[in-house]
Design a protein around this ligand. Structure first.
Ligand code: NCD
Ligand code: ZN
Length: 344
């Protein structure tokens, strides 16, 4: 049994850190484990310009504890007002790494998203031209589509046409949740990759209803049935470079989740590497964790792999019931339970 893992320092290719006091609480959790993270732009109002991305980047850097090195990789929020000129500017900016597409209303703070993807094709064309990756929240929003089917319908209606229409565009389908997505990404050209969260690898949809409604297991895209979880584990542990780590850690105050209409998002950043190690360990594939967590994402984004390392030790550590979210209360994944790896 492997009791110690030394890995090239990993990166998180999909992360929400919010703003202000909450940001200052969550950034250190990520910086403790990861060298870099792709920062989601779904603030209110969204981070839609290079200028705003740069000031947001400064705010994140100020929250990195002394002695830690952490690089936020900024993204722009694609709106119907985004211009090809802004894309050019983003591509030329050394701190902006991608543009995020949210179908309007698909998830937390997605009201400014895109209603008709075809309408923004000229902007996507600019991304292809300037080689700036497009990241997608891959769900349709139509109320007549069953919530558990929205990812599969997105693939059919929007992703397939995008892949065909923009052969030179690098795209990431974020936080995939189904076997359908795994198969689609696998068989698509190398320009398409996917991130996988820890919670979609650890939980199936029963976790949302264990003895009652469990708001802290509610995220978007929703956690799916066990067969899909298994397909995600197989993809993540396959050693296929199209699949890499993206926590989608999405902090919301306790009160905003335990509400009549609770927010989507799970806070996993604190124990992210422990969660992924558990998954790879259970699958008997700990030797493949480094590729998934530390290599394939950097390779896809065309960035150098990190050169320093982190050490994970097999040790049970209790997860607090609640944590400080900057004056509010946060509830991390597995609150009150234990994780079985510790970052030394
Ligand atoms: C995210 C958030 O809270 O910002 N929520 C979530 O459930 N994952 C948004 C997102 O990535 O969908
Ligand atoms: Zn997200």
């Amino acid at each position: 049994m492997t009791d110690e893992l030394i890995l090239t320092r990993p990166d998180d290719w999909h992360l929400h850190v919010r703003e202000g006091a909450l940001l200052r609480c969550v950034v250190p959790d990520t910086a403790r484990q990861f060298a870099r993270a792709i920062i989601m732009p779904n603030l209110k109002p969204p981070v839609a310009t290079v200028e705003r991305a740069l000031s947001y980047r400064d705010e994140i850097l100020q929250a990195v504890p002394e002695g830690m090195h952490f690089t936020p990789l900024m993204t722009l929020y694609l709106t119907e007002q985004t211009t090809p000129e802004e894309i050019k500017k983003a591509a030329e900016c050394e701190h902006v790494y991608a543009v995020k597409l949210y179908p309007a209303g698909a998830t937390t703070n997605a009201a400014s998203g895109v209603r008709n993807i075809k309408e923004v094709y000229p902007v996507i064309e600019a991304m292809e031209k300037y080689d700036l990756p497009l990241l997608m929240h891959g769900e349709v929003v139509d109320t007549e589509i069953d919530v558990f089917d929205r990812e599969a319908v997105f693939i059919e209606r929007h992703l397939e046409p995008l892949v065909q229409h923009f052969p030179g565009l690098r795209m990431v389908m974020e936080h995939i949740t189904t076997q359908t997505a795994v198969e689609f990404v696998r068989s698509a050209p190398d320009t398409l990759a996917a991130t996988i969260t820890a919670h979609h690898l650890l939980l199936n949809r029963n976790a949302m209803f264990e003895g009652g409604i469990r708001p802290h297991h509610y995220c978007l895209p929703l956690i799916k049935r066990e067969t899909h979880r298994q397909a995600l584990v197989a993809a993540a542990t396959s050693g296929h470079p199209k699949f890499f780590l993206g926590t989608d850690s999405a902090p919301h105050p306790k009160g905003a989740k335990e509400a009549e209409c609770g927010c989507a998002g799970i806070y996993t950043a604190k124990d992210a590497m422990a969660f992924y190690a558990e998954v790879f360990d259970a699958a008997g594939c700990l030797d493949r964790l480094e590729g998934f967590a530390s290599f394939y994402g950097a390779d896809f984004y065309g960035l150098p792999r990190n050169t320093d390392t982190i050490r994970l030790i097999r040790e049970s550590v209790s997860v607090p019931e609640t944590i400080d979210f900057g004056g509010e209360i946060g509830v991390p994944l597995r609150a009150g339970g234990e994780v079985h790896w510790k970052v030394a």
